[in-house]
Design a protein around this ligand. Structure first.
Ligand code: 57M
Length: 359
C-alpha cells in the first residue's frame, strides 16, 4: 500500500524513490511485523490467559511437557495478523501472487484455528479429524494448483538443485505435485512444532532463504545470469517472506524457552502452507526439501515410526516420534535439542543458497 501511496510522489520528494526497491520494502515488512509482535505480544498473551486459550498437553508425552499444561496457545493468530498487515503495507498490491499466497496462508490458518478451538473447547488433544483436516488442506492448496494450471509460465518443469540441465517435465501432474508440496510442508511444520522455538527458528531461516530466491526469481537479469526460472512479479513475495521472518522472530521473543505462548495449529499449518506456496510460485519446489530439511526429517521420523510400529506390532525405531522427542527421551535438555536443530537448519539454508552457484 505504501508503494502505491508514496512512490508516485517521488517526483516532488525524491527520498520517496526508495519505495520502488523490493529490498527496502522487504526489510520494512520484516521490521514492521517484528514490532507488531513485540508490542502486541504481552497484551495478546494476557487476552489468551483471560479467555483461557490454554494448551492441553497429552499425557503420553515426555514428562517434562506436563508442566506446559495451560500455556497460552494460538499465538499464530498474532503471527498471521502481523504478516497480513505488513504484507499489505509494504508489498505491491497489484501483483496477483501476493494475494494468492497470502490468502492460501490465511486459509491454512483457518483450518488450524478450527482444530485449535475444538481441542480447547473439548479440553482434549483431539481436534479436527485427520481426514477432515487433510480434505480442507487439499482444497486450500488446490487454489495454487489452479493458478499454476491457468498460467502459461508454469510449464510443469521442475528445477532440480545443483543440476541446471535436468528439468523433469511433470506436465499437468505438476498441479498434483504442487498440492502435495503445500500440504506436505504444512503438516511437516505442524509436526515439528513440539518444543519451545523449534518450529519458529527453522521457519525464520527457510523464509529468509526464500526471500532471497523470490527476489532473484522476480529479477529478469539476475534470474537469467543465475539460470533459475524467472517468474514476473515473484519479487514481491520477498516482501511476504520478509513479513514472515519478522513475525516469527517476534514470536520467538515470547516462544523461547520457557515459552510464554505456543503458536497452535493456526500458526504451524499456516506457516508451512506459506513456505510451500512460495516454493511453488517461484518454481523452487525441490529446494524446499533442502531448506526445510528439519521439517522433512521430522515428518519422515513419524512416517517411519508409525509404519514400523504397525508392522512390528509395537516395536519402535526412535524412543519417541517426532524426532525431537527422541533426543528429549535420551536426556537432552529441550533448549539443547532446539538450538542444535536450528544449527542444522542454518547449515541447510546455506547449502540451499549454494545451489545458486553450484549448478
Ligand atoms: C502436533 N503438537 C504438540 C502447540 C503447537 C502421528 C503422530 C506422530 C502425530 C503427532 C502430532 O500430533 N503432532 C502434531 C504436535 C503440542 O503442541 C501444540 O500443537 C501445536 C502445533 N501443532 O503450537 O499448540 C505439544 O508440543 C509441545 N510444544 C512445546 N513448545 C512449543 O512451542 O513444548 C509445542 C510448541 C504441546 C507442548 O507439549 O502440548 C504435541 O506434541 O502434541 N503426535 C505426536 O507428536 C505424539 N507422538 C506419538 O504418539 N508417537 C508415537 C508413534 C508410535 C506414533 C511414539 O513415538 O511412540 C507425541 N505428542 C506428545 N507427546 N505431545 C507423543 C508425546
Amino acid at each position: 500500500m505504501l508503494y502505491h501511496l508514496l512512490y508516485p510522489l517521488h517526483t516532488d520528494i525524491s527520498a520517496l524513490n526508495v519505495f520502488r526497491y523490493i529490498t527496502v520494502r522487504s526489510i520494512g515488512g520484516a521490521v514492521t511485523a517484528f514490532l507488531i509482535m513485540l508490542f502486541l505480544g504481552p497484551w495478546f498473551i494476557r487476552k489468551l490467559k483471560q479467555y483461557q486459550v490454554g494448551q492441553v498437553v497429552r499425557e503420553d508425552g515426555p514428562e517434562t511437557h506436563l508442566a506446559k499444561q495451560g500455556v497460552p496457545t494460538m499465538g499464530g493468530v498474532l503471527i498471521l495478523f502481523a504478516v497480513t498487515v505488513s504484507t499489505l503495507l509494504w508489498a505491491r498490491l497489484n501483483i496477483q501472487v501476493v494475494w494468492l499466497v497470502l490468502l492460501v496462508t490465511l486459509f491454512f490458518g483457518l483450518i488450524g484455528a478450527i482444530d485449535d478451538f475444538r481441542k480447547i473447547k473439548k479440553k482434549s488433544s483431539d481436534g479436527l479429524s485427520a481426514r477432515g483436516k487433510l480434505v480442507m488442506q487439499i482444497i486450500g492448496a488446490s487454489a495454487v494448483g489452479l493458478f499454476v494450471l491457468l498460467h502459461p509460465e508454469y510449464d510443469g518443469q521442475l528445477s532440480v538443485p545443483f543440476l541446471k540441465d535436468i528439468q523433469p517435465d511433470l506436465s499437468w501432474f505438476y498441479v498434483i505435485f504442487a498440492v502435495l508440496v503445500i500440504v506436505g510442508s504444512s503438516n511437516a511444520v505442524n509436526l515439528t512444532d513440539g518444543l519451545d522455538g523449534l518450529a519458529a527458528g527453522p521457519v525464520v531461516i527457510s523464509a529468509s532463504v526464500y526471500l532471497i530466491f523470490s527476489y532473484l526469481a522476480g529479477h529478469a537479469v539476475l534470474a537469467e545470469y543465475l539460470q533459475i526460472p524467472h517468474v514476473p512479479g515473484a519479487g514481491e513475495l520477498a516482501v511476504f517472506c520478509g513479513a514472515i521472518v519478522g513475525a516469527c522472530l517476534g514470536f520467538l521473543w515470547f516462544n523461547a524457552f520457557p515459552a510464554q505462548m505456543f503458536m497452535g495449529d493456526v500458526g504451524s499449518l499456516a506457516l508451512g502452507g506459506a513456505l510451500g506456496g512460495v516454493a511453488i510460485i517461484i518454481k523452487q519446489e525441490i529446494l524446499l526439501a533442502i531448506v526445510g530439511g528439519i521439517f522433512v526429517m521430522e515428518a519422515l521420523s513419524v512416517i517411519l515410526q508409525v509404519g514400523y510400529f504397525k508392522y512390528s506390532h509395537g516395536k519402535r525405531i526412535f524412543l519417541m516420534a517426532p524426532f525431537h522427542h527422541h533426543f528429549e527421551k535420551k536426556g537432552w535438555h529441550e533448549s539443547k535439542v532446539v538450538v542444535r536443530f536450528w544449527i542444522v537448519s542454518i547449515i541447510l539454508g546455506l547449502f540451499a543458497l549454494a545451489t545458486l552457484k553450484l549448478r
